[in-house]
Design a protein. Structure first.
Ligand code: COS
Length: 380
């Protein structure tokens, strides 16, 4: 693995860092409090190429590598973890499977507007009774001439209210279980596509999470992604990529908590000296710095394999497992360093602690990550 950033990586980092400071930082606390999605910022991210980071230029994307993607998601999360997950889901759970499985026509009509940020994508696999056991889904889709008719309900759908298109996994042949699942691109506004209950979350409150109900929703056959029966594999393939995105989001949260801790500990004076002078603080900071570097290399190892088109299931799961726990641990320590000030909204570490927890849960809980890694290293 080539460990050095290229000039292109540094350019991506500077661009997205400046963008995050200028466009995301000013309203981030208010969006968190009022549950507002940063729609305008998403449009601008599209114009800058960050809504199709690894999608080839001919398909409307920026044609960058996965390290660039990792840098972008980390830098966005370092300021606004809610925006980071919107961009991650859009790029990795929708853009990536379209790039991999779409027909040339689908790439032209669906991927291009997504990759250029004209449309926003969401991913619908989870159901009330099918979370970790994703194969237990009940949503069905029945062929009717040139259409499929979709019925059922998906829940905990990130960006479900904001999106324009949704990658939906449903059963074309329920008798086969997950092997009877297929993938569809469903456009918002299609009759029978109904946005249901909005969830009020502990963290990442600047991203929406809703229930989606399909009631005789007619989807053109041309919108099926891959063959009938390939839906579960497509979903898990997308989730491998999504898990790298969640790892980057977690890393950005940890990095922000670390930076806030260094800054605060140098300012805060107790017993006649900055608390940065106390070994208790220095050891916490040393551990944060070490673990963040370790997490970043796990992320880059997954990116490197994906860029070489090699299997990266294990690396993605390891990066997600490690970085999500790192985010929670680092956010907790950051709040501890800030003392009482860390527990109130005056400092951003309070928000980062709330934002961090979901990274151990979504796109595969860390319990599922252990299963995935164990299977990869020791077989079934
Ligand atoms: N990437 C690609 N393929 C994968 C995969 C992965 N990460 N994990 C499993 N597969 C494949 C398996 O190889 C198997 O293929 P074959 O049928 O060709 O053998 C197929 O998918 C089914 O796998 P398996 O039999 O292991 O399925 P299970 O139903 O037992 O569940 C887990 C497997 C638990 C790994 C899967 O359901 C999972 O990842 N659950 C978490 C779901 C999730 O992330 N939900 C969040 C949704 S978005 S917030």
């Amino acid at each position: 693995m080539n460990l050095a950033y290229t000039d292109e990586h540094l350019m991506v980092r500077d661009t997205i860092r400046d963008f995050a400071q200028a466009e995301l930082a000013p309203g981030v606390a208010e969006r968190d409090e009022k549950e507002i999605v940063p729609i305008e910022a998403l449009k601008k991210l599209g114009e800058l190429g960050f809504m199709g980071i690894t999608v080839p230029v001919e398909n409307g994307g920026a044609g960058l590598d996965m390290i660039s993607y990792a840098i972008a998601i980390e830098e966005i999360a370092r300021v606004d973890a809610s925006c980071a997950i919107i961009v991650s889901v859009h790029n990795s759970l929708v853009g990536y499977p379209l790039e991999k499985f779409a027909t040339p026509e689908q790439k032209e009509c669906i991927l291009k507007p997504l990759a250029s940020g004209q449309t926003i994508g969401a991913f619908a696999l989870t159901e009330a009774g099918a979370g970790s056991d994703a194969g237990a889904m009940k949503t069905t889709v029945i062929r009717d001439g040139d259409y499929y008719i979709l019925n059922g309900a998906k829940n905990f759908i990130s960006t479900g209210a904001t999106c324009n298109v949704m990658l939906v996994i449903a059963l074309t042949d329920p008798s086969k279980g997950p092997k009877g699942a297929s993938a569809f691109i469903v456009e918002k506004g299609t009759p029978g596509f109904n946005v249901g209950k909005k969830e009020h979350k502990m963290g990442i409150r600047g991203s929406d999470c809703v229930e989606i109900c399909f009631s005789d929703c007619r989807v053109p056959v041309a919108n099926r992604l891959g063959e009938e029966g390939a839906g579960f594999k497509i979903a898990l393939t997308a989730l491998n990529s999504g898990r790298v995105g969640v790892a980057c989001q977690a890393l950005g949260i940890a990095q922000a908590c670390y930076e806030e801790s260094v800054k605060y500990s140098k300012e805060r004076v107790q017993f006649g000296q900055p608390i940065a002078a106390f070994q208790a603080t220095r050891f916490k900071i040393a551990r944060m710095a070490t673990e963040i570097d370790a997490g970043r290399w796990l992320v880059y190892s997954a990116c490197h394999k994906k860029d070489k088109d090699e299997p990266f299931i294990k690396e993605a799961a390891m990066a997600k497992l490690y970085c999500s726990e790192l985010a929670v641990r680092t956010a907790l320590e950051a709040v501890q360093i800030h003392g009482g000030y860390g527990y109130i909204k005056e400092y951003p570490v309070e928000r980062f602690l709330r934002d961090s927890k979901i990274t151990t849960i979504y796109e595969g809980t860390n319990e599922i990550m252990h299963l995935v890694i164990a299977e990869q290293v020791m077989g079934r």
